[in-house]
Design a protein around this ligand. Structure first.
Ligand SMILES: [Mn+2]
Length: 316
């Protein structure tokens, strides 16, 4: 059913050697790893196959030279394959993920391919630890992910941002949400705004796609980060921020969403912010058509990496 090679790498970048203390090659500045977990989805499953599908889609990018940034991440990036995580319980997955993510983050600027959105909480914990301060966060999603519980369970793929606030992992006024439109009770839906962060619901973004049309949004976020002194900024990109027309291959699709070009314009407009990492989650290949969803994800990750390479040496 899934014709993806488990040996392929993102952009056909170098496959990282095993970390057994006998590393042959010096680390490259950027690393990528898959998190093949979908035990927390509430509707359609399949996101555990997301990393393989995104890698395969990235092969269309060929030499990887980005048309805006005029660089390729190749030569700067190594792919660690998928982390070893059990598809058993959420707590077992997170226990397995934490030490692996910690080791990789100590080594490189990382990009993570989900997996469902429950992987982002342990990742934020690792970044919070690493940088010694709460993170700024840009969060693309159809869903607020600030629900206080997961249908009676304490944690899931829609609670991680609530938990991140509770655990002091993020700097509330530097949390930015884009594309939100799902059904939700007001208190959860408005959580980021009530914490002092910025929200740009899908409704507010309708019809705005070009750099000129999105200038106010781009500038508002840039000002917010500058006013805060540019804290370390993490990107979490749930592919269901996109309209199902652009990304049908996801577990909880929500109509009337963002366009691929709209997200791209924003990522380009924020290319020089103080990024420290990103994840792209909730790509579910069994529901995809013509690789629309995995192609969009691959292009977003490639654009993020190209922007980082174009920015030169990392600040951290
Ligand atoms: Mn979502």
């Amino acid at each position: 059913m899934f014709p993806y090679s488990s040996h392929s790498t993102f952009l056909r970048a170098r496959a990282a050697a095993r970390h057994d203390g006998h590393q042959a090659d010096p680390p490259l500045p950027f690393g990528l790893a898959g998190l093949p977990w979908d035990g927390s989805v509430t509707n359609r499953s399949g996101a555990r196959h997301g990393p393989a599908a995104i890698r395969q889609a990235s092969h269309m990018l060929c030499d990887g030279v980005h048309p805006l940034f005029d660089v390729t991440p190749l030569g700067h990036l190594e792919d660690h394959g998928d982390l070893t995580v059990p598809n058993t319980s959420l707590s077992a997955m997170r226990q397995a993920l934490l030490p692996q993510a910690r080791a990789l983050l100590a080594r490189q600027h990382m990009v993570w391919l989900g997996g469902d959105h429950s992987v982002t909480l342990p990742l934020l914990q690792v970044y919070r630890e690493r940088f010694g301060q709460p993170l700024a966060l840009i969060h693309f999603d159809a869903h607020c992910d600030t629900w206080p519980d997961h249908f009676g369970e304490p944690s899931g793929h829609g609670t991680w941002l609530h938990e991140a606030f509770e655990q002091g992992l993020v700097r509330p006024e530097c949390v930015v949400q884009l594309g939100i439109r799902s059904s939700a009770e007001r208190q959860a839906r408005e959580r980021v705004r009530s914490e002092g962060g910025l929200m740009f619901e899908a409704r507010a973004l309708r019809g705005l796609e070009s750099p000129g049309q999105l200038r106010e949004v781009i500038e508002a976020v840039r000002r917010r980060m500058a006013d805060a002194g540019h804290p370390p900024l993490y990107l979490t990109l749930d592919i269901d921020c996109l309209d199902p027309a652009y990304a049908p291959g996801t577990g909880t699709p929500e109509p009337a969403g963002m366009s691929t070009a709209q997200v791209m314009t924003l990522l380009e407009g924020w290319a020089d912010l103080n990024w420290v990492g990103m994840d792209c989650v909730e790509v579910s290949p069994p529901y995809d058509h013509a690789e629309l969803t995995s192609q969009a994800a691959a292009h977003f990750v490639w654009t993020y990496l190209s922007a980082r390479v174009a920015q030169g040496p990392q600040t951290r």
